[in-house]
Design a protein around this ligand. Structure first.
Ligand code: NAD
Ligand code: IPM
Ligand code: MN
Length: 345
């Protein structure tokens, strides 16, 4: 069966890290006898430049027909102040494909413990489950220079479906879920907490804890290895996942899978942005993009062995001391990618 991948390189370092991920996918395909086919389409700033629309119809059609979508990153200063922003394309594609769950695994790789800004980072291995199509990102917006507002609303259905993913994920890990909210202030958080408690009754084997988001930001820095599955709403998940990635050594390492209903195409992208400060220099860390392509093989195509071989190769490259600049090394994107290619079993 052909694995049809829609490739959205996007902006800034997006094309550089996506190229690396595709090289690794191709090598993996030849080792594991997979049939991959790519359809390159536009999203973000480049799509605005070429079509005026950050999420063109042609892109939507290709994504909907795909096994999975591989995305680099979108955005950059070039489009600041414009009528439409590249980021709107990203929000639209998430909404259009119904990608309500964003899985962001973050762990401290062997050999990188000393790079963490946090002393207690050793042993950190969390799965952030971020709600992705609701909350303040998608609420009613009013924008003026004297007043502006963004509405944060959640329905019970939106909360329950992503919480369920977190509980299910915990069963296959160490059986703990930390639900993060701001229930001491926000009504939407109290709804969230109510349903987390109710759902916990269906999962007697999972231990549920709650943390307020401000305290959670602190605990992640003081005791990152205390947490397993962390589930939270859209905006809190955005912030806590960058924080977690930095604790693991660099945001350049972190991958993600955005998933909707089973059987529908997911979107796979590193959690970092377009990094305009290092774009076009060939020095970006491609690990997040490469690991995202592994998640595509796992969740989109059910190719677990191929996915694991990519993850192992990345870990081995890092453990062997091949490091890009964000990890304190001098390997460029190509050198790191070659190191991964060499190690693919
Ligand atoms: P960013 O993640 O692009 O960069 C933050 C810092 O991390 C920068 O110093 C950058 O050089 C560094 N960095 C990021 N990825 C790296 C990598 N792979 N290797 C080495 N260093 C890396 O965040 P930002 O600067 O706040 O945002 C830049 C643009 O990207 C904005 O337009 C933002 O909206 C957009 N953005 C897009 C996505 C996405 O497409 N999913 C995600 C986040 C931000
Ligand atoms: C991310 C990004 C996006 C988000 C932006 C670019 C819209 O920061 O994927 O984490 O906030 O979700
Ligand atoms: Mn983010």
């Amino acid at each position: 069966m052909t694995i049809n991948i829609t490739v959205l390189e996007g902006d800034g370092i997006g094309p550089e890290v996506t190229k690396a991920a595709i090289a690794v996918l191709n090598e993996t395909a030849s080792k594991h006898n997979l049939d991959l086919s790519y359809d390159h389409q536009l999203l973000g700033g480049i799509a605005i430049d070429e079509t005026g629309n950050p999420f063109p119809d042609e892109t939507r059609t290709s994504c909907q027909a795909s096994t999975g979508v591989l995305l680099g990153a979108v955005g950059g200063p070039k489009w600041d102040g414009g009528k439409v922003r590249p980021e709107q394309g990203l929000l639209k594609i998430r909404q259009d494909l119904g990608l309500y769950t964003n899985l962001r695994p973050v762990k401290v790789f062997e050999g990188l413990e000393d790079l963490s800004p946090v002393k207690a980072a050793k042993g950190m291995d969390v799965l952030i489950v971020r709600e992705l199509t609701g909350g303040i990102y998608f609420g009613e917006r009013e924008e003026g220079t004297q007043y502006a507002s963004d509405l944060c609303g959640y329905t019970d259905k939106e909360v329950l479906r992503v919480l369920r993913v977190a509980f299910e994920a915990a069963k296959g890990r160490s059986g703990r879920v930390t639900s993060v909210d701001k229930a001491n202030v926000l009504a939407s958080s109290r709804l969230w907490r109510h349903h987390a408690n109710a759902l916990a009754a269906d999962y007697p084997e999972v231990q549920l804890d709650h943390e307020l988001v401000d305290a959670m930001a602190m605990h992640l820095v003081t005791h990152p290895s205390r947490f397993d599955v962390v589930v939270t709403e859209n905006l809190f998940g955005d912030v806590l996942s960058d924080e977690s990635a930095a604790i693991s050594g660099s945001i350049g390492l972190a991958a993600s899978a955005s998933l909707g209903e089973p059987g529908t195409p997911g979107l796979y992208e590193p959690i970092h942005g377009s990094a305009p400060d290092i774009a076009d220099k060939g020095i970006a860390n491609p690990a997040g993009a490469i690991l995202s392509s592994a998640m595509l093989l796992r969740f989109g195509a059910g190719e677990e062995a191929a996915a694991m071989s990519i993850e192992t190769a990345v870990e081995q490259a890092v453990a062997a001391g091949i490091r890009t600049g964000d990890l304190g090394g001098d390997a460029n994107t190509q050198v790191f990618t070659d190191a991964v290619l060499e190690r693919l079993a």
